[in-house]
Design a protein around this ligand. Sequence first.
Ligand code: GLN
Length: 278
Amino acid sequence: MTIAEAVREMTVRLEAAPVESPALDAEVLLAHALGIERYRLLIDGARPVDSEKFNRCRRMVERRCGGEPVAYITGIKEFYSLEFQVTPDVLIPRPETELLVDMALYYARPGADLLDLGTGSGAIAVAVRKNRPDIRVHASDVSAAALRVAKRNCRRIIGAVPIRFRSGDLFSPFDGKRFDVIVSNPPYVDPALKPSLQREIGHEPERALFAGDQGRAVLQRIIDSAESHLLPGGILLLEMGHDMRDFILDAGERHGYAVSVLNDLAGFPRVALLKRQK
Ligand code: GLN
């Protein structure tokens, strides 16, 4: 069997499952099984596939057909042009979250202290620190397993662990400490939506996704307690649900923040920017 034939066979299998992007998934999984870059599948289409690797790919395709996200099968997800390791202990980084990184990099002055709340895989914290070694990055997560993944990503991507990772719920590890920028992609999905979500999401950690009060509970807690952790003029950047614009404007303004909401690349309200008055 050639590489081109293997891609075709895997695509047909994934089409039948069905999954949303069978050809792409087939290519990503086969390239991973063969240990090559995806573009090589085209260039080397006529080459024979090693049968052991082909069987490995078949097993991965079966997992994908069962609804597992590609990133948990390969253990890898690209975010902000960096390669992150992911396990089912962490949310798979989403492209729209790159907007949070853009904003954090834009607003953090040289030498700023930045906190990433609920860091998960470490995607935001590591992407910020990788691009701006001058920023002092702190990060927390309530899940010890997630923190292990985050530290590993930090070491792999930065080559050391210059980020201060702390275990604990939201601000609890940072009592009395103030930051220039606080950033978070907290759980904000309404648990009532659970039955209607893609089955892939069922493989991700529930506490990274769902929050009570129609998905607002954790965002509300962050907004309620951020003030005592922000320096004057500090910025709070929050990822939020596309239908939370009014809620965020109202919650932020009640705490005296100047609030604006930015849309993601799909055109949905996605990131709230709350600026603390001087
Ligand atoms: N954007 C994610 C989703 O809709 C949710 C991420 C989160 O809750 N922080 O699947």
